[in-house]
Design a protein around this ligand. Structure first.
Ligand code: SF4
Length: 382
């Protein structure tokens, strides 16, 4: 058996690059939606999908399809259904597959979520980001808290399997305010929450404001306090973390698509700038499609870069550390080529950053706060 590849899950990620407006913290590959004809892009994505199938004749059917972006809820239900139909023709979609749509609250309100379910979507992930009007304004969102709540109601009336995204650790956010907001969110009863700390990337509008001194990112210690509070509040409410930033009421609500990334399975990246990881002729290949939609429409062929064992290990270790199920030490040795250094493991355990259960390295809450640093300590090539 291989150490990475479709045996660990096989998913397909569609990147829809358009958004109604660009949020000031966003560093994804996104473009203003305007009033454009989207049919050429859908046609290019189908051509890409079919070409990738020709290069991967032995890959199994997909376990997961994820419509991300950008704002894929701007696709019409007919476009979603067409894309899924083409995936099924090309690769096949497992009968138990998870098929996720990321949606903006305003699209949940203006579209009919039932039509998404009829198109084949079986999991909805709604970008609520906050339940506070002031924070939504700061984040540059085009919905308010009333619209957020109405959208959650509408989503819940159709999709049992749904997730809500929130952004916290906003500048100046107080522990008590976040506790109240998170408690209000938990009371809405979603079976899955993705809770992300605001990161300010240099090339975003927030990054430019921070560089001019107009915006002060939250300090690390305050962020750590908020993270620890988040873990305690969610756990008490029956939504424990199953990964650094993700919480679920029960295993069946965990994101199977993300588990493919964390497990170093294979995934196809379809759409402008989409990344994939594919096993071809025994090699692990990183793919990246042309970033600009106009370039992608002309030539979808992704750039393909073979990954060395070192590259693969550098991706595998930080990803495998993220789920609370832990990093399998036996698999670590197969992927990395050597076992983790015993003194590093001992230090992690004695410093309360990790435990070892059933030959798996499981990070504690304190360890999850510094997961990337721990990954760097474990990789022997640095
Ligand atoms: S809606 Fe999402 S993808 Fe689009 S700009 Fe805002 S954060 Fe980025």
């Amino acid at each position: 058996m291989r150490d990475t590849g479709p045996e660990f899950g096989f998913g397909l990620y569609f990147h829809w690059p358009y958004c109604t407006r660009i949020c000031p913290y966003c560093d994804f590959n996104v473009y203003a939606a305007k009033d454009r004809d989207t049919e050429p892009l859908v046609a290019a994505m189908i051509a890409d999908l079919e070409a990738q199938r020709r290069r991967l004749p032995d890959h199994p059917e997909v376990d997961s399809v994820f419509f991300g972006g950008g704002t894929p809820s701007l696709l019409s239900p007919a476009q979603m259904a067409l894309l899924l139909h083409k995936v099924n023709d090309a690769f096949g979609i497992a009968s138990s597959a998870e098929i996720t749509l990321e949606a903006n609250p305003n699209d949940v309100l203006s579209a009919n979520p039932k039509s998404w379910a009829e198109a084949g979507i079986n999991r909805l992930s709604v970008g609520i980001q906050s339940l506070q009007d002031e924070a939504l304004k700061f984040l540059g969102r085009d919905h308010d808290s009333t619209q957020a709540r109405t959208a959650i109601d509408a989503a819940q009336s159709v999709f049992d399997n749904h997730s809500l995204d929130l952004i916290y650790a906003r500048p100046g956010q107080l522990l008590k305010d976040w506790e109240a907001e998170l408690t209000a969110m938990l009371a809405l009863g979603a079976p899955h929450l993705s809770l992300y700390e605001l990161t300010i990337e240099a090339r975003t509008a927030f990054g430019h404001r921070a560089a001019r001194g107009e915006l002060m990112p939250m300090g690390d210690d305050e962020q750590a306090d908020l993270y620890e509070l988040t873990q305690a509040v969610c756990e008490a409410a029956g939504l424990p973390a199953y990964e650094v930033s993700n919480h679920a009421r029960a295993p069946e609500f965990e994101s199977r698509h993300n588990h493919i990334y964390w497990a170093s399975g294979d995934w196809l990246g379809i759409g402008p700038g989409a990344h994939g990881r594919l096993t071809m002729n025994g090699n692990r290949i990183a793919t990246e499609a042309p970033r600009r939609p106009s370039d992608y429409e002309l030539n979808q062929k992704p750039e393909a870069t073979p990954l060395s064992r070192t590259d693969t290990a550098r991706e595998y270790v930080p990803m495998a550390l993220r789920p609370v199920s832990g990093l399998d030490l036996e698999r670590f040795e197969r992927v990395v080529g050597v076992p983790p250094a015993p003194d590093v493991l001992e230090d992690l355990v004695s410093n309360g950053l990790a435990g070892i259960n059933d030959n798996k390295l499981v990070l504690t809450v304190a360890g999850r706060l510094v997961a990337d640093h721990i990954a760097a300590l474990l990789i022997p090539y640095e």
